[in-house]
Design a protein around this ligand. Structure first.
Ligand code: SDX
Length: 386
């Protein structure tokens, strides 16, 4: 009698490998990047330093940070041929398709002339350089995408601005206020890394075949687009727009739950008593609500959270506070998940390099539940084949 296989749908609860990059602990509701609590990093570090930490395993000293910043500045311009390809993407395509296309072109350019696929996976040094290139150019790609949709030209980066301020400068054309830079910098650190989430695991599967880092990042962008994953931060704003204001939360939620709708921005596969990153991002949102005098956003946020948690016992995830925060900063809703790409590319590339170093192909098993073996009518086996 065959025993039923122990299927772990969605790999829920399955530990598939070690990683030294981050630790997500639902018991203590904590998240460590290379041992450091993410809250401490978000409160004290520029995003560039956290990128360095994820790639190298240690926070940079002043010289190392300065060297990374010099490299980042040298790659933060939008190459003309990449802009030309972005301009070929339909203006009403989703920005994640634009970012995915641009990342793919950057990889094709960088690997052009690379002999065979056997060379694609590259050396540790080559992959670190590739990681820094993507980290540096994605802000220009995301910023141009929003400006293009508004009928505006790209804005050249400014060397006198560090990563977060320059990202905002290239998007809006104003030197951003410190309170906005700080909130944005925190969001990038909080979004940077989260162990084997769907998009990171996608990247690791691709890297496990010894394919190249760019192919793995393009695959990860495709995974992140989904509303059950990165696309949720955009979906939160669509929900806020549907509800309108706090007075409409109860009837809206009654209707939504009656139709078994997933309420985007709530729930998590790993955290079951709240996402460790939410308090830090909520504090950043609160500073923006006060700075812009938009108390009604906080009222809607708090009312929907208290109603949904009290009814379903399901808590907000990082996408819930980050959506309204990006809205207050001035980002268009479809730009939100591309912002997630710009942050998570640091975690993805750290995992890709870790996976390439492990040299272990990821290939799980499946249990077959299709038709029993059967044969083509009239088939007569070839004597020689028998
Ligand atoms: C991210 O993995 C990561 O680390 C991801 C991420 C990262 O940093 O990389 O943290 C980023 O992706 C955060 C999650 C963003 N997604 C959303 O906000 C989409 C809404 N959330 C749900 O789709 C859901 O909570 C998931 C997909 C996030 C997690 O789902 P699980 O763990 O697979 O749980 P489930 O879908 O099996 O839900 C269990 C029950 C179900 O009810 P029943 O069918 O058993 O009656 O809870 C319900 C679900 O319907 N439920 C929800 C809900 N989340 C779970 N019901 C309504 N709204 C929700 N948001």
């Amino acid at each position: 009698m065959t025993t039923e296989p122990d299927i772990k749908k969605g790999l829920a609860g399955v530990v598939v490998d070690y990683t030294a990059i981050s630790k997500v602990n639902p018991e203590t509701n904590s998240l460590l990047y290379r041992g450091y609590p993410v809250q401490e990093l978000a409160a004290t570090q520029p995003f560039e330093a956290v990128a360095y930490l994820l790639w190298h395993g240690e926070l940079p000293d002043e010289v190392q940070l300065a060297q990374l910043r010099t490299l980042e500045r040298s790659y933060r311009h939008l190459p003309a041929d990449v802009r030309a390809v972005i301009d070929r993407v339909p203006i009403d395509a989703h920005p994640m398709d634009e970012v995915r296309t641009a990342a793919s072109l950057i990889g094709a350019r960088d690997l052009a002339g690379m002999g065979s696929v056997l060379d694609a996976s590259g050396s540790a040094e080559e992959n670190l350089a590739r990681s820094i290139r993507l980290f540096a150019v994605l802000p220009a790609i995301v910023a141009y995408g929003q400006r293009r949709r508004r009928g505006l030209d790209p804005i050249e980066p400014r060397d006198d601005l560090d990563y977060a301020a320059n990202f905002l400068w290239m998007t809006f054309g104003d030197v951003p206020e410190d309170v906005v830079v700080d909130a944005f910098n925190r969001s990038m650190i909080l979004y940077a890394e989260h162990s084997f989430n769907a998009s990171t695991f996608t990247a690791r599967v691709i890297a496990s075949t010894l394919s190249d880092l760019y192919s793995a990042v393009v695959g990860a962008i495709g995974a992140l687009k989904g509303p059950l994953h990165g696309g949720a931060n955009e979906a939160v704003l669509h929900i806020f727009d549907e509800i309108g204001d706090a007075s409409n939360v109860v009837p809206w939620l009654d209707e939504a739950l009656a139709h078994k709708r997933k309420i985007m921005g709530f729930g998590h596969r790993v955290y079951k008593r709240g996402d460790s990153r939410v308090p830090t991002m909520k504090a950043a949102l609160d500073t923006l609500v006060e700075h812009y005098g938009r108390q009604e956003v906080a009222e809607l946020y708090d009312k929907l959270e208290s109603e949904f948690v009290s009814r379903k016992g399901i808590y907000p995830n990082l996408d819930y506070p980050s959506g309204p925060a990006y809205n207050l900063m001035g980002f268009d809703t479809p730009t939100f998940t591309p912002l997630f790409v710009a942050a998570r590319v640091t975690g993805w590339t750290a995992h890709i390099m870790e996976q390439l170093a492990s040299n272990a192909l990821i290939r799980p098993l499946s249990a077959y539940n299709g038709p029993d073996e059967r044969h083509v009518e009239g088939y007569v086996p070839d004597e020689a084949m028998a």
